[in-house]
Design a protein around this ligand. Structure first.
Ligand SMILES: *[C@@H]1O[C@H](CO)[C@@H](O)[C@H](O)[C@H]1NC(C)=O
Ligand SMILES: *[C@@H]1O[C@H](CO)[C@@H](O)[C@H](O)[C@H]1NC(C)=O
Ligand SMILES: *[C@@H]1O[C@H](CO)[C@@H](O)[C@H](O)[C@H]1NC(C)=O
Length: 330
């Protein structure tokens, strides 16, 4: 079944899509029970191909902070009649597996940004293709990414500069925005933030199918469930490892890792409005973090997340957080 999907995907799609990487079969079997009821759309996505009509681009601004306006690729009228403001920055938010456009990620991040400033927030809702079993959802990522590429190419043709665009994705959504960024015509995109990019079935070796540092000018990653639901290996220019990046305080045993995995977007949304910063120290190298689970640091610091993008020395950063909200320790 998988190999059939694989062949069909490579025929229809230009995205290189390797066979799934080996992954802990016990974990994979345990998450195959999600969603608990087989989604009616699983049959529909049996071919691993997602159509334009399966995703929605929802615009929020301060003028419509709660009621979104739907933007359509290549539909200039929908853009012109909307509250989209060409003089303002664009943030595109992509949720992950088992989530949708109304989930805490993206909603809490949207809310936080609009609280600080009037921006064009575009929520990519790919809930139909994300609420299927994990294997299928991970196969849908490449198509959803390409649909986002087409949408971004449309914004460019309408006059948006990619210098003003920031893509933010959680879990599988981090690979969606990575793939979208890689294929944009007049790129590179200014910034991509990957919130605990999904690990299962994605491999470090296959850069074309996952988020990597070539997908934008500046790629920042927050790792919170490394080695389980999220990547442990650094993927961006700057990689933050809150509490070591594997387990998170306040999450208990967290057998499937869902709690730690979600901490990434909770830290990020808090950081946008927080007066207390998430200050991280720069590690000597990845080994220091990997083998010790923490870093003494080189003396350099950088703020994780925040409303403004904090460009800094590329590298690996470590910080500690509180076990519950507010998480930032300053
Ligand atoms: C949008 O327009 C471009 C350029 O004309 C075309 O290549 C692309 O296929 C169109 N996409 C959609 C979804 O209509
Ligand atoms: C921003 O958040 C603060 C604190 O939660 C709240 O009091 C305020 O109403 C919010 N402002 C906007 C514009 O949403
Ligand atoms: C781990 O921490 C110890 C003590 O702080 C330090 O001496 C050692 O160099 C660190 N290991 C690595 C790989 O950096």
């Amino acid at each position: 079944m998988i190999s059939v999907l694989f062949i069909l995907c490579t025929v229809v799609s230009a995205v290189k899509w390797d066979a799934p990487a080996p992954y802990d079969p016990v974990w994979l079997a345990s998450v195959q029970t999600f969603p608990t009821a087989t989604s009616p759309t699983e049959t529909k996505f049996g071919w691993g191909w997602v159509y334009e009509s399966d995703v929605e681009f929802r615009l929020f601004t301060r003028r419509n902070a709660n009621d979104y306006q739907v933007l359509k690729t290549n539909d200039s009228a929908s853009l012109k009649q909307s509250n989209f403001d060409f003089s303002k920055k664009v943030k595109v938010l992509s949720h992950g597996w088992l989530n949708h456009g109304e989930s805490p990620m993206p909603m809490s991040i949207k809310q936080a940004y609009l609280n600080v400033s009037d921006l064009n927030i575009i929520v990519l809702d790919w809930g139909i293709a994300a609420n299927v079993n994990y294997i299928l959802a991970s196969y849908n990522v490449a198509s959803v990414g390409r649909l986002l590429t087409e949408f971004l190419n449309f914004l460019i043709r309408e006059g948006v500069s990619m210098d003003d665009v920031h893509l933010i994705g959680h879990s599988l959504g981090a690979h969606v925005v990575g793939i979208a960024g890689a294929y944009v015509k007049k790129g590179p995109i200014d910034t991509i933030t990957g919130l605990d990019p999904a690990l299962p079935l994605f491999s470090v070796g296959n850069k074309n199918a996952r988020l990597d540092k070539h997908d934008a000018r500046h790629v920042e990653v927050i790792h919170t469930c490394g080695g389980y639901l999220g990547f442990m290996a650094p993927l961006g220019h700057i990689d933050f490892y809150p509490n070591g990046g594997v387990r998170q305080p306040g999450c208990g045993t967290d057998f499937r890792g869902f709690c730690a995995h979600n901490r990434a977007h909770m830290f990020f949304s808090e950081s946008i409005t927080s007066l207390v910063p998430f200050t991280a120290v720069r590690c000597k190298d990845y080994d220091e973090l990997y083998y010790n689970g923490s870093c003494e640091g080189t003396g350099e610091t950088l703020i994780m997340g925040g409303f403004l993008i904090h460009y800094g020395k590329d590298g690996i950063y470590y910080l500690r957080t509180n076990a519950e909200t507010p998480f930032a320790q300053g």
